[in-house]
Design a protein around this ligand. Structure first.
Ligand code: ADP
Length: 394
């Protein structure tokens, strides 16, 4: 019987999962990756094997039905029992968006941890409740299975205090209003790869460019600054999130344009970014192929802000040895990588166009003073590694 680790990333309308086999020695190996989407409206199960090939899976739910997190996890576990019957799932790891200041590392979940994490719901109301719902659901479906919480904030707890503080009255910082940073599991995975890929690079900026997008400064593999702060809406413009805007805009919306908190939340999280500026799509592929000038402007704005944050993070690092692109856009869009590297010529990045077209891994010329790279992220593997370490499996 093969030992397995189940990885879960649970949102409001979907539960994503990955199953890894784990011999406790070599890197855990992916077996299946899938999701149930549309929990509240027409659930749909999809799964791929370790080669990324789609597996035919019958949809079990009639149109118009709904599923809660417990139903979704029950289904996923029973599908795995049937289709991965030679794998004994020994533990599960969850992606948890917020670990506050106290959780600097992944941790085994018990009653007290769950209570602590519930206390952080006000800091991440759009994600944390759904992350925690999956923990409770799994405890119900598989009560004996050990569960580990892996945090998107934990990797950033190495940032210096000045990078974590807002210039607000101290009492607010003590009440938790401070910069936490997100996408930590992705940055941690990149940091985990750096000693093999770039053993001599101390000062590295990583651009995680997906539908959520952020950037992080790594000094000797540790986070010292990031573009996301108190919430995952700060920093770069994203698919539908606005990124950093003057807080005075919010006051204006409330005082003069009749917005309330719910309307502002919708505006900032769902209607802004690439979608809001282009009026066309939140998907970079659509924007790259559109003739609409507003689509071109949305792409210009995205590239401009990446360049701005690159300068800011290079200042935090006091220099830069390498720039790494990752996530959906970073891994798949030679156009965006080229435009970002062109704007970063002043930093000493010289793009190798052919290497960039082919997707790297190295996309800078051999004589480039600062190198540029494409490294596919793997947050699920990072979670599986945390589960193994926390539970000392193997
Ligand atoms: P997330 O995990 O934040 O949902 P991903 O990292 O999967 O997002 O990135 C998704 C985004 O990647 C898509 O919205 C799309 O804009 C972009 N993307 C994927 N493939 C390509 C491509 N070939 N060219 C440009 N953009 C792409």
């Amino acid at each position: 019987m093969t030992q397995g680790i189940l990885v879960i990333n649970s949102g409001s309308s979907s539960v994503k999962f990955a199953l890894f086999s784990d011999d406790g020695l070599s890197e855990p190996k992916p077996l299946f990756k899938g999701q149930i989407e549309g929990l509240g409206t027409d659930p749909c199960f999809q799964v791929k094997d370790s080669n990324g090939r789609k597996i035919d899976a019958r949809d079990e739910w009639p149109r118009g039905s709904t599923l809660n997190h417990t139903g979704a996890l029950r289904y996923i576990l029973s599908w795995l029992e049937d289709c991965a019957s030679n794998v004994k799932i020994q533990a599960a790891g969850h992606r948890i968006v917020h670990g506050g200041l106290d959780y600097e590392h992944a941790v085994r979940i018990d009653k007290h941890v769950l209570e602590d994490l519930e206390g952080l719901i006000p800091l991440a109301p759009l994600h944390q409740p759904h992350n925690l719902a999956a923990i409770r659901a799994l405890a119900e479906v598989a009560p004996k299975m050990p569960q580990v919480a892996c945090f998107d904030t934990a990797f950033h707890r190495t940032q210096p205090r000045v990078a974590q503080l807002f210039p607000l009255p101290r009492a607010l910082a003590e009440a938790g209003v401070r910069r936490y940073g997100f996408h930590g599991l992705s940055y941690e995975y990149i940091a985990h790869c750096l000693p093999d890929v770039l053993p001599d690079a101390d000062k590295v900026v990583v651009a995680h460019l997906g539908s959520g997008a952020s950037m992080c400064a790594l000094l000797d593999g540790k986070s010292i600054e990031s573009s996301m702060g108190f919430t995952a809406v700060d920093g770069l413009p994203m698919g539908t999130r606005c990124g950093g805007i003057d807080p005075g805009v919010i006051l204006h919306l409330v005082q003069n344009l009749g917005y309330d908190a719910k309307a502002i939340e919708k505006l900032m999280y769902k209607e802004s970014g690439l979608l809001g500026v282009s009026g066309v799509s939140n998907d970079m592929r659509d924007l790259e192929t559109s003739d609409n000038p507003h689509a071109a402007e949305a792409v210009d704005l995205f590239v401009y802000h990446i360049g701005k944050y690159l300068g800011m993070l290079t200042s935090a690092l006091q220099g830069i040895d390498a720039l790494v692109f990752t996530a959906g856009i970073g891994e798949n869009s030679p156009i965006i990588r080229e435009r970002v590297c062109q704007r970063a010529a002043w930093l000493g990045i010289r793009l190798d166009r052919e290497a960039n077209r082919k997707g790297g891994p190295c996309i800078s010329t051999p004589d480039s003073p600062v190198s540029a790279w494409v490294i596919p992220t793997n947050e699920e593997l990072m979670i599986a590694l945390h589960v193994r370490n926390v539970l000392q499996l193997g």
